[in-house]
Design a protein around this ligand. Structure first.
Ligand code: HEC
Ligand code: HEC
Length: 302
């Protein structure tokens, strides 16, 4: 009997070890099935994509040459504190050695050049919907910014969240759609708005509530309560939307200037989103976002 128990326990431990070291690291390893090697990047368009996708917020500790994109401020999350690394072309401390395909797989699939996972604090779960040409243009622009030789700060995260092999399972649960399917029943502006809100603009990273595993919970853009597990952002869609009675112009004006229709100024992390991203958008793109957001409002029932 004793030998049987030892045997069963041993087998159990062997299976667990096999699962942990062999199977887990393989989960969610799927590379993007999009090949971008034939695409040529346009750095000028890329400079715009960088703003549109809000990369500056997490990767710059300032706007000067010595700091631009050379590593970001502390990003506090319930899993620990992350630091957006140096993404200047420095070959040792930045991304100078990354090919376009490796960069595309990093941004849209959360995969490091060695095939292991990036942590989801890098919002690739939204960027998975970014267009290949946009990402290649972005890389062409990044190749032109001054290289800064500054090492990335180490993230401060405790086990098990520090274990990159666990991220694969998270990806399988979190990433459902790998691209945005345009809605043929809507016009170009609405579809562009959907791309900007659901993909590049990653608005749902804050405006959609999260559960204890950091997986989206509740309605999309339905707000994440302050003090909850999520970072806290108001609802901008559906039944509880705080912008239900905003006009098209109220939305574009807010995203450009940070002023709400009641005269209040934007607060919290939205101020950075406006300063570093949406205030740089063209009028057409602001219109597209407003058009799409308006379609997510449910008309008042009273
Ligand atoms: C919300 C914060 C945030 C935003 C927004 C963000 N990143 Fe990051 N990024 C991170 C973090 C954190 C990491 C490190 C992840 C890790 O260590 O696994 C990272 C890693 C990277 C890497 C890998 C660098 C390396 O040395 O391996 C690249 C490339 C990158 N980001 C590019 C971008 C681009 C391009 C954008 C805009 C499209 C962007 N990031 C937007 C937080 C962010
Ligand atoms: C980093 C987190 C974050 C991201 C990303 C983000 N938001 Fe916000 N957003 C917030 C927070 C926090 C507020 C509340 C601001 C305040 O208290 O004034 C807010 C407020 C807003 C409001 C005003 C609602 C109100 O009355 O306070 C709108 C509209 C809005 N966001 C739209 C967007 C859009 C569109 C995007 C994507 C382009 C986006 N947000 C991305 C965190 C975020």
């Amino acid at each position: 009997m004793f030998r049987l128990i030892t045997w069963v326990l041993g087998l159990g431990i062997a299976c667990a070890l096999f699962g942990y070291f062999v199977i887990l690291p393989q989960l969610g390893r799927e590379k993007s099935d999009i090949d971008v090697t034939a695409l040529k990047g346009d750095p000028e368009r890329g400079a715009y994509v960088l703003r549109m996708a809000g990369c500056v917020t997490c990767h710059s500790d300032g706007q000067g040459e010595a700091t631009f994109l050379a590593g970001g401020p502390a990003l506090k999350t319930p899993f620990g504190t992350f630091y957006g690394p140096n993404i200047t072309p420095d070959p040792d401390h930045g991304i100078g050695r990354m090919t376009n395909q490796e960069f595309f797989d990093a941004v849209t699939a959360g995969l490091r050049p060695d095939g292991t996972h990036y942590f989801p604090a890098f919002p690739y779960a939204s960027y998975v919907k970014m267009d290949g040409q946009d990402v290649v243009d972005l890389k062409a622009y990044l190749d032109t910014v001054p290289a800064v030789s500054k090492a990335a700060r180490r993230h401060e995260i405790a086990w098990p969240f520090s274990d990159r092999s666990l991220v694969g399972g998270w990806k399988l649960l979190a990433i459902k759609a790998r691209s945005i399917v345009p809605d043929a029943g809507q016009d170009n502006a609405w579809n562009r708005g959907m791309y900007l809100v659901e993909g590049a603009g990653h608005c749902g990273e804050c405006h959609t509530d999260r559960n204890l595993l950091g997986l989206p919970r509740g309605p999309a853009h339905g707000g994440s309560p302050k003090g909850s597990f999520s970072s806290g952002a108001p609802s901008i869609a559906g039944a509880k939307s705080v912008i239900a009675d905003w006009t098209h112009e109220d939305i574009t004006f807010y995203l450009e200037n940070g002023l709400k229709p009641d005269g209040d100024v934007s607060g919290g992390k939205m101020t950075q989103v406006i300063d570093f991203a949406t205030s740089h958008l063209t009028g057409d793109d602001l219109d597209a976002i407003a058009r799409y957001l308006l379609s997510l409002q449910t008309p008042a029932t009273h």
